[in-house]
Design a protein around this ligand. Structure first.
Ligand SMILES: [Zn+2]
Length: 167
């Protein structure tokens, strides 16, 4: 398995266990090259894979790498551990396969990524939402941003502030 941190193809399995009620095997792996730990899931290949219903009504095979790409774009250079990002992808991968048998609306995936990013980092959250809601209009984005600003002033000390004080 290619290491998500250094791209070396040299790892070993350090733990295997049943997951998703026995429908999957979760393997913890460690990269022999850089020591990064990551997780893979093994499942039975289904006749019809989980399909994502896109906004225009077309369908596309579910691809966890696309979720990761979206999260990475939102996180940019923010100091967020790679592990935290891949954990969101793993959780969603498992959750979506559990809840949806054949098809899942792309909007649900977007919302769930947003929910998790919101807990992880508010700047990444707003960036993600701004891209994700692009087609839903600016008003909604501004509502979201104001929402986050109100929350940011009342909680989560130490997180990067999206809106500088004294504006
Ligand atoms: Zn590595």
């Amino acid at each position: 398995m290619i290491c998500p941190a250094c791209a070396a193809n040299d790892d070993r399995v350090i733990d295997s266990r049943a997951s998703d009620g026995g429908k999957a095997i979760r393997r913890r792996r460690v990269c022999n090259h850089c020591g990064k730990r990551f997780t893979t899931y093994e499942r039975v290949e289904m006749a019809g894979r989980l399909m994502v219903i896109k906004r225009d009504g077309t369908r596309q095979a579910f691809d966890p790498q696309k979720i990761l790409a979206g999260i990475e774009a939102a996180c940019g250079k923010l100091p967020i551990a790679a592990e935290a990002k891949s954990r969101i992808v793993e959780e969603l991968d498992e959750e979506l396969h559990r809840e949806f048998e054949r098809e899942v609306p792309g909007s649900i995936i977007g919302e769930r990524v947003a929910q998790r990013l919101r807990k992880l980092n508010q700047v990444a959250y707003v960036r993600f939402v701004s891209v994700y809601k692009e087609f839903h209009g600016l008003d909604q984005l501004i509502d979201e941003a104001q929402d986050v600003r109100e929350q940011a002033s009342s909680e989560v000390p130490g997180q990067a502030s999206l809106f500088p004080a004294g504006e």
